[in-house]
Unconditional design. Structure first.
Length: 327
């Protein structure tokens, strides 16, 4: 396990360097200079903090070589001192991320919990009633939901619950009521994806010999299904749910912009519009780090879900299942 963790952490470090080089190189290819960007983001009024502008010039000015700009930013990322942004020169990048991430993470966790609460029962029922009316109805419903992007589903929710029924606010971030529609928009679309993973995995597990043997020995149907079959069928679900949670935690651009939620997705889109290179770099690297860490946690969860999985030097492997004793 220790060797596995060290190898994965080394891969994460190398991958982060690769992501930072690619992102920084692409941003350098964008037209314009630091003076042009600072003029655009300050609105031409000059009403910005002089100390912040001086810090930006010392980090990313035209007189600073590109390789020094990269090294200064990476040193700031490692030490959580990335300096101010172009669009918000009075705020540091790490402050913006620390303020926005809890908003995105809270919505993401609630959305994934809602998605799992819907997807697991639907997937199990569809698998147990394979090729029946309930199976066809369930899969048709989740396929229809999956065809709708989350932001389009959010617009429908706004028209129904905000404009029509006037039960919930259209946008803003003033209280728990503002999180209801974003969570529904993200959770229901995510449930449509996860439900199919659960159904497919359950169908495969139900055909395993140990399930048949457990039922033949007189095991209770509910116990065999939920204690044995469902647990072993969760590996593909965890594989899909882990990166999904990481993606939602780092911000959903369209949904957060639609509902005016001050999350990472909102600030990322704002930084792209204003060509805010430091904020774009910070959000991209933070997003990549969350994705990689979540994938590592997913791999570690495999061993708990399936005891046959053991961790080797090159990754996790599945050992041979024990033979069922017939005497």
């Amino acid at each position: 396990m220790l060797v596995f963790l060290l190898r994965r952490l080394l891969r994460i470090a190398i991958s982060m360097i690769a992501v930072s080089l690619i992102t920084f190189g692409l941003l350098q290819l964008a037209p314009g200079s630091f003076a042009d960007i600072s003029r655009i983001t300050s609105g031409g009024s000059g009403a910005v903090d002089a100390d912040a502008i001086g810090s930006l010039q010392a980090r990313y000015g035209d007189s600073v070589p590109v390789w020094q700009q990269y090294l200064k930013f990476m040193a700031g990322f490692v030490t959580a001192n990335m300096g101010p942004s172009y669009k918000y020169p009075s705020r540091d990048i790490q402050e913006i991320i620390a303020t926005a991430f809890p908003n995105s993470a809270g919505i993401a966790i609630l959305a994934v919990v809602l998605a799992l609460a819907i997807a697991v029962p639907l997937g199990v029922v569809a698998a147990l009633r394979r090729n029946g009316i309930l199976d066809y109805t369930t899969m048709f419903t989740v396929t229809a939901l999956h065809s709708l992007p989350s932001y389009l589903f959010g617009v429908i929710l706004i028209l129904v619950f905000s404009v029509g029924l006037q039960w919930l606010p259209v946008a803003g971030w003033d209280g728990p009521q503002n999180a209801v529609l974003p969570v529904l928009a993200l959770g229901l679309t995510a449930a449509s994806v996860l439900a199919r993973y659960v159904r497919s995995s359950m169908l495969e597990v139900l055909q395993e010999e140990y399930v048949t043997a457990a039922l033949a020995k007189g095991g209770r149907f509910g116990t065999v299904i939920f204690r044995h079959a469902l647990r072993n069928s969760l590996v593909p679900l965890v594989t899909a749910a882990g990166p999904l949670l990481a993606t939602l935690m780092t911000g959903t651009v369209f949904v957060e912009t639609l509902f005016q939620i001050p999350g990472l997705g909102f600030f990322f889109a704002d930084a792209a519009r204003s060509r805010d290179m430091p904020l774009l770099m910070g959000c991209t690297l933070f997003y990549a780090l969350i994705i990689m860490v979540m994938n590592l946690l997913v791999d570690l969860a495999y061993g708990w879900l399936d005891p046959r999985i053991r961790y080797g030097e090159g990754g996790w492997v599945t050992s041979r299942p024990r033979r069922l004793r017939t005497t």
